[in-house]
Design a protein around this ligand. Sequence first.
Ligand code: GTP
Ligand code: MG
Length: 320
Amino acid sequence: MSEMLLKEMEEVSLGQPKEEEEEECTRSFLLIDENESLQVDDEGHFLRKLGCSTSEGVKVLTIFGNTGDGKSHTLNHVLFEGEEMFATSPSPASCTIGVWAAYEPRLGLIVLDTEGLLGASTHQNQRMRLLLKVLAVSDVALYRTRAERLHNDMFHFLGSASAAYLKYFTPQLRALSSRCGLNVPLSNLGPAVVVFQETSRTQLLGHDTTVPADIVLQKRFHDLGLGTEAFSSVQYVGTQTITPPTDFSQLREIIIKQVKSTASRAPRQPDIVFSALQALSDRFCGKSRMKESACTPSFLTSISPVRPSASAATFVARTA
Ligand SMILES: Nc1nc2c(ncn2[C@@H]2O[C@H](COP(=O)(O)OP(=O)(O)OP(=O)(O)O)[C@@H](O)[C@H]2O)c(=O)[nH]1
Ligand SMILES: [Mg+2]
């Protein structure tokens, strides 16, 4: 099945990497700019920038969270041994703009760093749509927060993302499910979410109750009337830092487990990740074509589905 589907994807001729691009593999590169424009020309260019070959099976991890909460710092420490793979900054202005990419070869992991939420951008809908597109190609979505108590904005972001994911990708997921004879709920095909909270003064979720933290998290979604059906799992990892440095060991352990797990999704060829991103970029553009209703998150109303089958590659690729 997967071979047949893979034949639908174009063959990529890699050629010799250019010297300047070989050097770039030690740093992340801008994959999608703040205007949602892909910054690589084709699959070959994408692979050269990442420094990985088309034969390697990869997964995708993307980090989300509010600006300045340490997303880039977390990726550097959890996945790149503290190397400044993703730029960080002590400046009061947002640091990461758009979506940046790097490759972790030992895990076979494409790592995406994103523009922070609640930043100064005046294009909130555009940013949300950009984040949703990268969520759609992700196997693991990491949400980083330094809130001493979990704020509703995180639940609203994840709940809205789940709703949008289901709304726009359910037909493709159903088609894939029946074509592949998968006897699993659709949610098993969505990304796994890991919420990473770091506190300094407050106790972690689940500390003062016998109820596990993951269940406490689910209850918050429920109480806010938000669903997480699109996600294959929603897991909580907390660490309290009284004296720095931050202990990332539990987070790293859980991420490695998620990346290595093939329970709901197997690694796929990296060029397919690019094809899926390109298809999503073509399909979802900025012109508003949908009517807004009271219960529709505003960013959804600015998504324009143009070619209904275009993003099927993402889901096809996930089970290849
Ligand atoms: N020592 C220490 N510094 C941290 C930690 N997390 C973040 N920082 C610092 O805090 C500043 C902001 O962190 P970033 O990783 O740039 O934050 P960000 O979430 O990526 O911000 P945006 O890119 O603007 O969305 C940087 O100077 C980091 O070095 C941490 O756990 N320990
Ligand atoms: Mg950053």
